[in-house]
Design a protein around this ligand. Structure first.
Ligand code: TMP
Length: 198
């Protein structure tokens, strides 16, 4: 019997919205319910490209804005063969950030259109569900470690939030907005099952 393809679930939001915690909880909940599931995150800082991005985010190096945008995209593309393999094996992938972060963060910089920012990621595996953890940049700024990395300023995060709101108007993407203050995993799964297309 052919195994059912795994689902591709993405969590997005401003910095410190709680995506990493929710990803872990969701993977655990899916595994507990008997569904093979694994977590992934972008940027994946373990690859050669990911290390360049990480040094940039940690302000240890400078990169030209178009260049770093393309590196973020390349970091996703280099993981596509692994993602496809796992999905075909029936493993559900819960991904902490994806191309939506790529478009929202770079287009929040002056001189970048959303359209240009989305182009390098055209053709990536399409998520079955994108959960947006809604948390105001002001709330996010109160959370631990905020301000350590590049982009972690309230002004920039406000601009990113506005770009995410534009991206969420795309009805071809299965967006689901969740309250980032005290959301729980179980409703995620219920709605994921209800809305899952494949
Ligand atoms: P994180 O590893 O804590 O999620 O942080 C990654 C940072 O990089 C975060 O500020 C969002 C930003 N980012 C981009 O600018 N472009 C991208 O494509 C991705 C995935 C993240």
């Amino acid at each position: 019997m052919a195994c059912q393809r795994g689902a591709l679930i993405v969590l997005e939001g401003v910095d410190r919205a709680g995506k990493t915690t929710q990803c872990k909880m969701l993977v655990q909940a899916l595994q507990k319910s008997g569904r093979p599931a694994e977590a992934m995150r972008f940027p994946d800082r373990t690859t050669t490209i990911g290390q360049l991005i990480s040094a940039y985010l940690e302000k240890k190096s400078e990169l030209e804005d178009h260049t770093v945008h393309l590196l973020f995209s390349a970091n996703r593309w280099e993981l596509v063969p692994t993602m496809k393999k796992k999905l075909e094996q029936g493993i559900t992938l819960v991904v902490d950030r994806y191309a939506f972060s790529g478009a929202a963060f770079t287009s929040a910089k002056p001189g970048f259109s959303l359209e240009w920012c989305m182009k390098p990621d055209v053709g990536l595996p399409k998520p079955d569900l994108v959960m947006f953890l809604q948390l105001s940049p002001a709330e996010a700024a109160l959370r631990g470690q905020f301000g350590v990395e590049r982009y972690e300023t309230r002004v920039f995060q406000n601009a990113v939030q506005q770009k995410f709101e534009l991206l969420m108007k795309d009805s071809s993407v299965n967006w689901q907005v969740q309250d980032g203050l005290g959301c729980r995993v179980s409703p995620f799964i219920v709605s994921f099952k209800a809305r899952r297309k494949n």
